[in-house]
Structures are given as structure tokens and as C-alpha cells.
Design a protein around this ligand. Structure first.
Ligand code: SAH
Length: 392
């Protein structure tokens, strides 16, 4: 079949050669493609570069699939999903909820696949975030049914980024049946997940390895700020005297309380509060903690909000360093891809100066390995997790 042809500028071609799979609309010279088409990509001189997916709406007009010609989309999807699954098997993931496909980092632009549980009760949650992947949802569903044998597949297509592609926000069962509650395990902790209504696809799977890492620093009185279902709090509780968990979402707080009961944990105090207000009050009340976790939502959702976001990160880290006992640890995260690791480092330096604290940097981490970072695509390294130790 003759494919539509998209001609990219010299700068666009150079970007593809450098390993970045996105070409912005300003680097498109011509295109006869329609929304969501599989296209041939070529230079202005007519030299073929490979295949890609076209978006008629997004500023990211083209997402490159690689130098090889793709003829059979189903075969391409099946190969790439299989490769993604084979990689996950090498990770020896300690849990039954994990990310199977992480979009560009698995050479599947626009596709997210999260797995909850094992067959026969396994549920798969997919997100098709571009016009092309959305067109392919029925094929993706077939491939996932074949390779993962789930009880049901939920298309959790309510992320706002779909608007940039001109796609609507919808949640629908793509195949089989999807129960309201699914039980999964992460390390020693049992969770009950609502994949339809929970944040992200139900759990923050990208923090799994950081939850486990935090256990090594847990002691004394602990604070888990922005706790959601207690990914950190429920792990810290077994090692700490007492854990205070803070979240502004009532359903999240209710789920930590239920999770503590389910897991036989009695030393968590979960509160529905605004963390900014609560940290200020804790500081006035001269409260002290040996272990603190800060895991806020992305403050910098775009470039325009970087400055405000930096101020927000600085404020909470400054207060946390004041609340921290000397010898204690602060595990502090940013999931804004617009705040680079270097920027986050600088924000923490300034927070330490203003808190008059002497602080060492114990560890610098990223998202869990089943959410791989693509080496040439800084946008895919969104989660930073630093471990700081307050010396004095
Ligand atoms: N730490 C969690 C994930 C946290 S996600 C884990 O590891 O699983 C961020 C959380 O912050 C969400 O649950 C959201 O409800 C909460 N949140 C956002 N703004 C907040 C605020 N100002 N105060 C308290 N909680 C907030």
C-alpha cells in the first residue's frame, strides 16, 4: 500500500539522526498524511529516513518508528510489545503490578500499558495517547489479550494530554470484564486498586523501587507527605515508631487507612490536609521527624510554570529540612520532566542554605526500571528521587 509521505527539514532530519523520535510541526516541510496515519519520512532531497506516525493536531507532528519500513502494523506492535515484556521479565519485579509498555522508551510512541495481577485475575490498563495509537486500540487490545491473557482490558483514556491530539477523554472496557477492585502486591504490601478512578492508572508504579529503597533509611518518627495510597508510608511503618501520612485527597486518605488495616499496620496516622499548610504548622509547633518523604504531584506541567514550580519545591524542601532531626533522612522527589535533575539539585542546595542545614547527598535516583528512560530523550527522565541526610 502506498503510504503518505512526510518531508522533514534538515533540522528535523538531524533530530531523528540524533536519536530523538519527535519532529515538531515547524520542522515539517510537507505532508499529505491524515490524522493518525502511518507515514514514510523523507528528507527534502527525497532520501527515505524510515517510518513514523502522523498527528494532525499536536505540535509533535511526527513520532518516528525507526529506519526500517513498517508494512504490517499488527506485526510491528506484536514484536515491540513482546520485546517490552521480555525486558520486564529480566527485572525480577517484586510485585504483581508493573508497567509493561512505556511509550517511546519501548519504541511504541503514545502507548502505555500497565498490568495489575496475574492470570486468571489479571487486568491490563492501556492508554493510547496519540491519534495513531488511538486508531490502533483494537489491534493493541488483540495483541495484549494474546500476550498477557488478562481477564479484562481497560482503556484509561482520560489523561489531559489527549486533548493536544484532538482526542476526547474517555474510560472504557476494551475487552473482557474489569472489576471495580483489584488486589495486587508491591513488596510485602497488599493494595486494593480502583483502575477506573484511581490516580494515574490506579497506583504510582513508577515509585515501586524507591518505596523499597526508602525502607533502608526508615527509623523513628516518619512523615510521608503527598502519600496517596501510602506507597511510602505503608513500607516505612514496619520500621518506624510512628508514621504521619498527609494527602489532600479524601479517597486517598481513606485508602491508606484501609490499607493499614489490611496489612496489619497500626502506627499510621493519615490526615486529609494541604501539605503546604501542614508543614508550616508543624514547623511552628516545632515538630521533629527522623525520616521524611516528599513526593508531590508535578508542579511544572509546562515550561511556563517552571519558576513557580521551583519556588514550590524549594518551600516544601526547606520546611522538611527544618523538621528533620540531625542524622535523619529526607527522601525527596520531583516528577516534573520540566525540572531537570540539575535544576532539582540546585533547588535543594538553596533549600538547605535557607534552612541553615548541613546536608549530604546520599543517592540520586529515577523512576522504576519498568519505566525506562530513553537515553537521547530527556523528556522521558521525569522522576527524580534524591536521598538527603541532615548532618547538622
Ligand atoms: N507518594 C505516593 C504518590 C503521590 S502522588 C506513592 O508513592 O504512591 C501525589 C499526591 O499528592 C496525590 O495523592 C495528590 O492527591 C496529593 N496532593 C496534591 N497536592 C497536594 C497538596 N497541596 N497537599 C496534599 N496532598 C496533595
Amino acid at each position: 500500500m502506498a503510504r503518505a509521505v512526510v518531508v522533514v527539514s534538515a533540522r528535523g532530519a538531524e533530530r531523528l539522526r540524533s536519536g530523538h523520535p519527535w519532529v515538531y510541526r515547524s520542522d515539517i516541510r510537507s505532508s499529505d498524511a491524515e490524522s493518525g496515519d502511518l507515514v514514510q519520512v523523507s528528507t527534502e532531497r527525497g532520501r527515505p529516513l524510515g517510518s513514523g506516525y502522523w498527528s494532525s493536531a499536536s505540535q509533535i507532528a511526527l513520532r518516528f518508528l525507526g529506519g526500517e519500513a513498517v508494512d504490517d502494523e499488527r506485526a510491528m506492535l506484536r514484536d515491540r510489545v513482546s520485546a517490552a515484556l521480555a525486558f520486564r521479565e529480566t527485572l525480577a519485579i517484586d510485585g504483581t503490578a508493573w508497567r509493561a509498555v512505556n511509550a517511546e522508551a519501548d519504541r511504541l510512541p503514545g502507548l502505555i500499558v500497565d498490568v495489575y495481577g496475574a492470570p486468571p485475575d489479571r487486568i491490563v490498563v492501556v492508554q493510547t495517547l496519540t491519534q495513531s495509537m488511538d486508531r490502533l486500540l483494537p489491534v493493541v487490545t488483540d495483541v495484549l489479550n494474546e500476550l498477557l491473557e488478562p481477564q479484562g482490558i481497560l482503556a484509561r483514556n482520560d489523561p489531559k494530554v489527549r486533548r493536544l491530539e484532538g482526542l476526547s477523554e474517555v474510560v472504557l472496557v476494551a475487552s473482557g470484564t474489569v472489576p471495580d477492585e483489584i488486589s495486587v502486591r508491591e513488596g510485602p504490601v497488599e493494595y486494593v486498586v480502583d483502575v477506573r478512578r484511581g490516580q494515574k492508572t490506579g497506583l504510582f508504579l513508577d515509585q515501586r523501587e524507591n518505596h523499597a529503597m526508602a525502607v533502608g533509611f526508615a527509623r523513628g518518627r516518619a512523615l510521608d507527605a503527598f502519600s496517596y495510597h501510602g506507597g511510602f508510608a505503608l513500607r516505612l511503618a514496619r520500621r518506624c515508631d510512628q508514621v504521619t501520612a498527609l494527602d489532600s485527597s479524601a479517597p486517598a486518605v481513606a485508602e491508606i487507612v484501609a490499607g493499614a488495616r489490611r496489612n496489619g499496620i497500626a502506627n499510621i496516622d493519615a490526615r486529609e490536609v494541604n501539605v503546604f499548610d501542614e508543614l508550616r504548622e508543624m514547623e511552628i509547633a516545632r515538630q521533629r521527624f527522623e525520616t521524611i518523604v516528599l513526593d508531590p504531584p508535578a508542579f511544572a506541567k509546562n515550561k511556563a510554570s517552571i519558576e513557580r514550580a521551583a519556588a514550590g519545591y524549594k518551600e516544601i524542601n526547606l520546611r522538611a529540612l527544618k523538621l528533620l532531626e540531625p542524622g535523619g533522612h529526607l527522601i525527596t522527589c520531583s516528577c516534573s520532566y520540566n525540572i531537570t535533575e540539575d535544576m532539582f539539585h540546585a533547588i535543594l542546595e538553596h533549600a538547605a542554605i535557607d534552612a541553615r542545614a548541613t546536608v549530604s547527598l546520599v543517592d540520586k535516583r529515577a523512576q522504576a526500571r519498568d519505566h525506562p528512560v530513553l537515553l537521547n530523550v530527556p523528556e522521558t527522565h521525569y522522576l527524580k528521587c534524591f536521598v538527603l541526610r541532615k548532618l547538622a
